[in-house]
Design a protein. Sequence first.
Length: 317
Amino acid sequence: MINNFIKRAITGVLFVAILVGCILYDAFSFGILFTAISALTIYEFGQLVNMRAEGVKINKTINMLGGAYLFLAIMGFCIDAADSKIFIPYVLLLLYMMISELYLKKENPVLNWAYSMLSQLYIGLPFALLNVLAFHNDPGSEYSSVSYNPILPLSIFIFLWLNDTGAYCIGSLIGKHRLFERISPKKSWEGSIGGGVVAIGVSFILAHYFPFMSMIEWAGLALVVVIFGTWGDLTESLLKRQLHVKDSGTILPGHGGMLDRFDSSLMAIPAADGYLYALTRFTRGILSQSIRTETKYKRSGTSTEVSRPFSHTVNHS
């Protein structure tokens, strides 16, 4: 018991240190880290379904390379290093996944298609969408420029970690009403609500130190992350129940696999993107008249509007 606790503690500290350090250091370390995480998580998913799903045999290496390439492609697109042509190799890879099953004569090609595409949609795409949170066009620059903002992608993980911690502590103390007993018998409504309150409380602190979004906007982001993070957790629990496994892997001693650590984020990241996109559109709607009036008299080529719809770092001061 003590050895397992020490193992979990060491793994947890190293995991958090590497994740936070790479996100905060610079854009390059962020890209390297999550390219590796995406590839490893997809590879683990492939191992899991190949071993536990009857008749399934997907190409783990091709799926892993697909997830890694998708992350790098969206990163390149977001930093204006490439245009939409960068996605052509990824489309060709998806076509290869489909067409190759015609010739491989495997036991269940339809399930192979399904699980291969699921690995890209369920794992590859959410990790790739972290780039949308991390890179923003600079509206104050005369020329097109992109800045790296580590706070938004980091905040997703902060909210998820605090929600998990708060839900566990509060649920252990006062949890009585099961949240989703069929899939996850230990989760309670009291714990889930308590975890959400903790995450929203911390969002106020982030709003104070990082005022590129208002307090209400930060709280809204925390709420979205908590809700969709819980659904992400439940989704992976359902997957493991269907495959009759306790953990998705063993790569993280005492913590299971990559999917076990990132399950919540796989739904929270796309949801956060959607929330911030909607927030940006709403903000633009309110400010559109004043922006049009101001830009009417500009002749230098500088625009007060951001060229990308996901550039949500609107200054409200």
